[in-house]
Design a protein around this ligand. Sequence first.
Ligand code: NOJ
Ligand code: CA
Length: 555
Amino acid sequence: MSDGASPEAWWRDAVIYQVYIQSFADGNADCIGDIAGLRSRIGYLAELGVDAVWITPWFDSPLRDEGYDVSDHRAVHPRYGSVEEAKDLITECHAAGIRVVLDIVPNHTSSDHPWFVAALRSAPGSPERSRYHFRPGRDGGDSPPNDWLSVFGGPAWTQVDDSDGNPGEWYLHLFDASQPDLHWDSPEVRREFEGILQFWFGLGVDGFRVDAAPALVKVPGLPDMGYSKDAFRADLTRADHPHRDRDEVHEIYRDWRRIADSYDVPRMFVAEAGLDDVARLARYVRPDELHTTLNLRYLESAWTADSMRTAIDTSIAVTAPVGAPTTWVLSNHDVERVVTRYGRADSRRYPGVSGPDLGPVDEELGRRRARSAALLTLALPGSVYIYQGDELGLADADVPARARRDPIWIRSGGLRLGRDGARVPLPWTPAGASYGFGRDGAWLPQPDGWGDQAVSVQEGDMSSFLELYRTALRLRRLLPGLRVASKLRWRDAPRDDVLVFTRAPGFGCVVNFGPTPVPVPLAGLVLLSSAVTGARDEVPPYGAIWLDLDGQTTV
Ligand code: NOJ
Ligand code: CA
């Protein structure tokens, strides 16, 4: 909360920490992170200084897409705990001043969901099938109903058997075959999701991230996309797309907003909506719809002065006209970690892939850039998302082929590495079983040396990533220039590979994207530098600094 804004608008400038629960902390020694582990680390989050956590799906699920395949949205998967423990967690987080945001997955259910199981047992045309997209195949039934492709690669349709064992209808899945798409024309589907929101809001949850927010509505008739024969993965970029960003999707979110606003303390939504068309994106955060949208444009940008400045300007320009704040996201569980991506010569983000095919990674360079990126990001107006482990400077782990489990890896027959490298359990201690993640192993193997960047190693070491994040977060709360209402103003930069901006009152930020130092171009006191050593009157190569321009801040 800041600038006298009501506490209800906490999401406008909140720092939200993404907890990938299975990899955060394991409380019961089964090698999988859980609620007990998370509860034991609330102190860590409070000390880090975050305002909220976003917890990735912890619902009942067969876990074919790590929980984004939900079989019961009102139950916690037993491996994570129970609804009772979830309630305790929410209470404890609130007591520590941390809000709790969950992840809702409305585009699809798991194929183990009772609705889908019932649909498979029911005849074509039955009410049970009408909750999903079932269609007869083409070519006498043998070919999929249209040419749509999955976001994970391969066809977006799978054929089921009829009750007599003969091949029957096909169902649509924009993701894995274990994630059948729901049919949002169905009033039952709408009511069910409203009930799920009310269930968790009733337990005190402060908000929801909306998974695949633009995907829910499909154009009637499901026309072909016109893919070429060798296309492998869904093209999500097309305008007037048949299964993405249909106008009707907004009615759903208006209904959801009414529910969120019906509480004494209104609840919030953040959309996962990676739309290239920024004007279309802004429609999701109109005043009567979702509150914010995860900024994937920023996340995808290459680490160059030009590209980052364009991403920042575009992001602010998109949401300002509708009165919504911007969010800033450097990474998440779906992409390579910042250190790895920024360690490449070409630091743009490529969807769903990682690995040597994108060029070698210089992790040292990646770390220096990632430290600067942390300072740049935390200095921007709006809300910031931190993916767990980024505050430790973790790079993607090299997960052995036998341990990989991402459907992107499986569906591509190992041609695409997928996202497992960014999902490896956190190191809390330098040694020991799973480096303190739990008392035993870790569900995804942690590489040798993983403990070198453990929390306990970094704590108290002022040259560490963790302490850089802690200091930056503390200053972010403290400095009036970093409050949400304070606008960013670009200043002349001494070189093309440098960005300089100020925010009144008295805050300055300089980011040097280049390989040579640059003299500090603003008069003021250096509050924080991404580099551990170096002269105070210059911004080091690949470095960033924060400045107090008024000399008013006592740190
Ligand atoms: C986006 C989620 O972040 C990702 O992990 C998941 O695979 C897809 N949506 C499908 O739910
Ligand atoms: Ca566990």
